[in-house]
Design a protein around this ligand. Sequence first.
Ligand code: NA7
Length: 317
Amino acid sequence: SSNAAVSSAGTQIEESLLAKPASKDIIPTPMRIGFLGLGIMGQGMVMNLLRSGHEVTVWNRTPLKCREFVKAGALKGNCPSEVLQSCDITFSCVSDSTAVKDLVFGNSGVLQGISRGKCYVEMSTIDEETMQDVAEAITARGGVFLEAPVVGSRVPALEGQLIILAAGDRKLFDDCYSCFEAMAKKSLYLGDEVGGATRMKLIVNMVMGTVMASLAEGMAMAEKVGLDQEDVAEVLSLGSLSCPTVIHKSQAILNQKYDPHFPLQHQQKDLRLALQLGDKVEQPLYVAASANELYKKARRLGYGDGDISAVYRAASA
Ligand code: NA7
């Protein structure tokens, strides 16, 4: 069942893989692939790399999470720099800017494993400045850099149906072809200027965050005015707002099931980052700014590790 602990990747992933239709026709690159970060997103992404025949070396801060992947055929690195040294292309997908800085600039970090020609792909959603600092540090050591944040949450990651937004080195983007095919339904190259992909990602998640917050308020108000929330969910699903987010998240609210598909604290981070970006370019963001307050409240109520749909708890409090 879906309330299994996020950290014990195993069963959830295996169940989901069994349920998965025939895999895509992918010819895996012979290059050695590294992957740093086995969170909700990394777990699905690595499974799809393995399933499609890639040679993958994994590392995670909490080493226990590597176990299932080693069973599934992955190699295990002892630290980020070791993964970089033993691989041609290394991907990273960790929680936030602090995590990325630790990973890249820290002891035995990514930077220490960079030598001429080493390729590093940052898939975390972080602020543009940190992304550019990382890019500069990597390339200053002769490494090759691509930013590649992803759109999609737990299930698209498990099903290889993410959307990859990439910017940076074009050849590295092309070299990632079979990996991106395995992880995503679509990968877009948005130019060689690092930052463009992050900006795109932040806009997409800003819209997601405000839609979710609005749904939460609607469901909360439904209850206050004596409507059956199930009826409201049905009406929403029949109209033009019928979309996976509205359908699945209204069900999550109805069932009070907030196991994380997209952790609420990451959604709040993304709103915070989008607001910073709006600030920089003098774009008013009234709706996103209000939504951000609701997510902050949900975090305060203890739902940071829960799913974004737990923002309902803040709306209904
Ligand atoms: P999760 O499921 O919250 O996983 C976060 C991952 O980041 C997990 O592997 C963490 O390791 C790792 N992490 C967090 N802090 C650090 C530090 N300081 N150093 C190294 N590793 C760290 O996130 P998702 O998979 O949902 O999302 C990942 C990204 O994609 C994020 O930017 C989203 O916005 C989009 P742990 O297992 O806790 O040791």
